[in-house]
Write a protein that binds this ligand. Sequence first.
Ligand code: ZN
Length: 473
Amino acid sequence: MVIADPMPKSTQNLANDKRMVLYIQANIHAGEVEGKEASLMFARDLLSGTKKEVLKNLIILICPNFNPDGNEAISVNNRTHQNGPKNGVGVRYNGQMLDINRDGIKLETPEMNGLLKNVFLKWDPQVTVDCHTTNGSYHEEPVTFSWMMNVAGDRSLTKYMEKQMMPDVAAILRDQYKVENCFYGEFLDMKNPEKGWEEYASEPRYMTNYIGVRNRLAILNENYVYADYKSRVLGCYALLQSITDYCASHTNEIKQLINESDKKTVARGLNPSPVDSFPIEYIGKPIQEKVTIKTYEVDEVTNANGEKSYKKTDRKKTVTVPYIATYEATKSVKFPFAYLVTISDPLVINLMQRHGIQVNKLNKSQNLDVLSFKITDLQADKHLNQGHFTQTITGNWEPQHKEFKAGTFVIRTAQPLANLAAYMLEPQTNDGLLTWNFMDRYLLPQWGKGFNAYPVYKIIDATEINDTVIPLQ
Ligand SMILES: [Zn+2]
């Protein structure tokens, strides 16, 4: 649904529209159903006029059921630990048995491809909300939420969420809509909740983190699985209202923040400085403010097989604890002027383009000073993950002077999606093309020992390149 008043004539001119675009998405995990109901209620109330005021400043897009095949599998046997609805819910995975909320980089699901084509590359929402239900820790608050966590997105955006927008939305939700809430997380140790509360998912394969790496704002809504169904739906509805109220009263601020982060990203790529780096390893640290969680004490129980787990008691316990929700780089590599991709692989190039990344190609052969990644080790994970034995690579970037043939693909980093492009092309990130096996066939010689050169090279300093943009297929 696109809800706007007036409706924009096309998406071509959105840059000149004074409104901002808010995208609400629900049911990506089709057992986690509150958002499906709450977003439809919200659409009804926007259209019937009781919430119409916000449409002066917002264009609102709503997808109430992002996982239709998962939703069609409704059964009372799904998510039996969840407190309703009593007629059952759908399943987590989509029709391909894939978790759409792990598909942020590899784009193997039609749902993610549709989202990019029809929402992100057309409407480019400044703010996205993705609605889920929790699975883990026990607490009283029916609504929890967090924001994009990945370290590769523009830091001014994650800081804005941490220090301003998210605390303000929490206050609106609590004070105006009377819904108890806390930031989303899990206890590091359920038995000793004082140790801290953690937002553990940081890779861009997750929807909200992916959007952060695109330099846009995203909110992960997780409603508390053990709260009754009605409280969860109404809580989610109130959160959508709180976010909408905030966006409607901070429209210019949000648009300006995002424009600046795009400009900054493009400017860095035009002439990378020696201090420009790209994170390939990072760790979670506590944010400045502690969080208060109304939790319950747990008892340790042992089942017939001798396995230990924790059981919630009725003994309430309120804790104010560190919230691990800011990620910081522990290892970085040089951020380049451009990446060169020497394999002629339509899967790779088409994938980059489907994300909206601009890909060029060399018009004629050119000798260039580059860094080449020399592989020393390659390890596939022992466990299948989304149909993949994900890869981890070890090696070093080494200088090389090399001829690149006409037709070599060039990804310049002077583009708004440079952080995403780097995440995909750097071999050592935890969620790139290498991770998801797009590079597997190129890494080993068929006979003999050792490894081939990694087929992505980096030009570090601003350089004259004779290239042309490849139009979208
Ligand atoms: Zn979920």
